[in-house]
Ligand binder design. Sequence first.
Ligand code: ADP
Ligand code: MG
Length: 254
Amino acid sequence: MTDEMIRAENVHKSFGALEVLKGVDLVVRPGEVCTILGPSGSGKSTFLRCINHLEKINAGRIFVDGDLIGYRERGGKLHELRDSEVSAQRRSVGMVFQRFNLFPHMTVLANVMEAPCGVKKEDKAEVRERALALLDRVGLGAKRDNYPGQLSGGQQQRVAIARALAMRPKLMLFDEPTSALDPELVGEVLDVMKDLARDGMTMVVVTHEIGFAREVGDSLIFMDGGVVVEQGPPREVIGNPQQERTRAFLSKVL
Ligand code: ADP
Ligand code: MG
């Protein structure tokens, strides 16, 4: 393990003529919770997807735990990794989206077991034990034989978190994990994330939950227009923003 779980350097990403990321830098250390705030369209989701190589960046470099993502450097040049190598890198990064994307025809337990059994070909009995422990951890042990459609949104998102954890990731990326939930269900998902953070998981969390960012975050990044406008300890950035764009955004969400 290096002392940097994520290092992003000068990340650029365009879709055709639209430049979405215009040189983003970020360092997240092991065990840290980095929260990302910013208006819609500022490039937050795109940046998370780049960390996982779900989007190919046009310039810059991203390292996860010291590994250059998507490329191998040889003779001063970058060569794209093979699909199997990219998949191997991706397995160490868990991702949770706004929409839970559970398999509707599979039970809760089967959803959590799917990736380690299917993708990683791990021993089924071992994965089952791990999956049951994870379901207990997110408070859903009793729902293991239910189908996603029988669960509330908050419960489904907790299953999605357990499913990502089943791959034993080094790092978890959350993209607005509570934005699709009814307000009364937000707390139970944030509680699971707080528990993960306390347990030492490295996390990057895109969220509009200012309270969570302030309480749980070690750092806060404010993005706008494809750049990091401001960053620092959450209490400082939220309590005393230095940039006009940050102030304007916070005044709308606080
Ligand atoms: P945020 O998550 O901050 O709301 P996104 O990263 O989703 O922002 O989007 C940033 C910009 O990139 C938006 O203008 C969006 O329309 C555009 N964008 C995102 N994904 C694609 C894509 N696959 N193709 C074209 N444009 C995209
Ligand atoms: Mg987004």
